[in-house]
Design a protein around this ligand. Structure first.
Ligand code: XLS
Ligand code: NI
Ligand code: NI
Length: 442
């Protein structure tokens, strides 16, 4: 991939980020992410399909409920929405190509500012789709997924697909239609639904059953439209338990899988798992990966990390080798992601204000995943990890245990077996031993 420049260079003084290996002292180089390195039969580039999240990197301005923006983007001062969007896209593709990220992801309103006129918004997005097509063609960067932002505009304060007012729902549908058209036109490989306000603030004013039925109908309509337009990719639901709503219907993987099965959406939809959303739901990232993998629903990852002390979505860049190595054990054993990739849904801190900070953040995240994958592969290939887990369940491989698995034993049979065998031996789960094993390979 070559560095692609627009009319102006936005990230001055920073060149192409390259792989230099673990010995390098260069903070603007990869130590572990060698895109051509083959691990478990695939290159790192193909395993991860790393993506840049447009919203955090080119829209997130560092403002928080207590303070004004600290990330001052040069394009913010441009008045014309299309000129502004083009300058932003020039900067985005400069960053993405310098970082050697093969993919990007966006919400409609990240790409270009929307007003209240549906037809004008559609035209703006179409104009930017043509611009993005050319950027993609020149750089080779691809669209991992597109989505519509159905949570920022005030009309969505009570939700979009779950809004009590049908007129608001119809506006959400118009936005999804345009975002699907854009995704398809750009060869987007997937489409995401994250239901930020698809939930409630209070049950006192909420008909939960009706809202969930409406959400399912809405998803069916979106899916049917996209399929009619020839979209072959996968739809992802991205679970999150709360924030900004008090309760979000797509709470966690188990809840989403139940919902998809209940409403006949399970063949078209898979799950996009975000690390920090898993922890907000009171789970680990690995728990969510395992639940999705066990159901054949592991579609994509929104990579980031939370904070041990804070109970909200801090969306920090991933840097915890233990957490990601354990995740990569599940990732490899599941055979990777179905259609998706690893999207950095993460933001640099409010006080990270240098041009280079966005680069350090992505380098750290990509290196963490690469090193974790190499480590996890070594654990699976060389250590006793797999055998230990298999042996732990060996009693189900033969004799009565096997018969039970095959559905051949009654409750009375089980009782007789217990009486015959007597009190079971105490068998250790060896958790600390396994935790040390992971660290040994890191
Ligand atoms: C917010 C979500 C959002 C989705 C896309 O918490 O992570 O960024 O990934 O709408
Ligand atoms: Ni996300
Ligand atoms: Ni998030």
């Amino acid at each position: 991939m070559s560095v692609l420049l627009g009319a102006q260079e936005y990230y001055k003084g920073i060149g192409q980020i390259k792989y230099e290996g673990p010995q390098s002292d260069n903070p603007l180089a990869f130590r572990w992410y060698d895109e051509n390195k083959v691990v478990a039969g695939k290159t790192l580039k193909d395993h991860f399909k790393f993506a840049c999240a447009y919203w955090h990197s080119f829209n997130g301005n560092g403002s928080d409920p207590f303070g004004a923006p600290t990330h001052l983007f040069p394009w913010e001062s441009i008045q014309d929405p299309i000129e502004k969007a083009k300058a932003k896209m020039d900067a985005a593709f400069e960053f993405i190509t310098k970082m050697n990220l093969p993919y990007y992801c966006f919400h409609d309103v990240d790409v270009v500012d929307y007003g209240n006129d549906i037809v004008k918004n559609e035209q703006r997005l179409q104009t930017m789709v043509e611009y993005a097509k050319e950027k993609q063609r020149q750089s080779g960067v691809k669209l991992l997924w597109g989505t519509a932002n159905l949570f920022s505009h005030p009309r969505y304060m009570n939700g979009a697909a779950t809004n009590p007012d049908f007129q608001v729902l119809s506006h959400g549908a118009a936005q999804v239609k345009a975002a699907l058209d854009a995704t398809i036109a750009l060869g987007g490989e997937n489409y995401v639904f994250w239901g930020g306000r698809e939930g409630y603030m209070s049950l006192l004013n909420t008909n939960m059953k009706m809202e969930q039925e409406n959400l399912a109908r809405f998803l069916h309509a979106a899916k049917d439209y996209a399929r009619k337009q020839g979209f072959k990719g996968t739809f992802f639901i991205e679970p999150k338990p709360a924030e900004p709503s008090k309760h979000q219907y797509d709470y966690d993987c188990a809840t989403v899988i139940g919902f998809l099965n209940q409403f006949g959406l399970q063949n078209d939809f898979k799950i996009n798992i975000e690390v920090n959303h898993a922890t907000l739901a009171g789970h680990t990232f690995t728990h969510e990966l395992q639940v999705a993998a066990d159901h054949g629903m592991l579609g994509s990852i929104d990579a980031n990390r939370g904070d041990y002390q804070n109970g909200w979505d801090t969306d920090q860049f991933p840097n915890d080798l233990n957490e990601i190595t354990e995740a990569m054990l599940i990732f490899l054993q599941a055979g990777g992601l179905q259609g998706g990739g690893v999207n950095f849904d993460a933001k640099i801190r409010r006080n990270s204000t240098d041009n280079a900070d966005l680069f350090y953040a992505h380098i750290g995240g990509m290196d963490t995943f690469a090193r974790a994958l190499v480590t996890a592969d070594a654990i699976l290939q060389k250590s006793e990890y797999k055998k230990f887990r298999e042996d732990r369940y060996a009693s189900y491989n033969s004799g009565k245990g096997k018969e039970f698995r095959e559905g051949k034993l009654t409750l009375e049979d089980l009782r007789s077996y217990a009486v015959e065998q007597g009190e079971p031996a105490v068998i250790s789960g060896k958790q600390e031993y396994l935790e040390n094993l992971i660290n040994r390979y890191i």
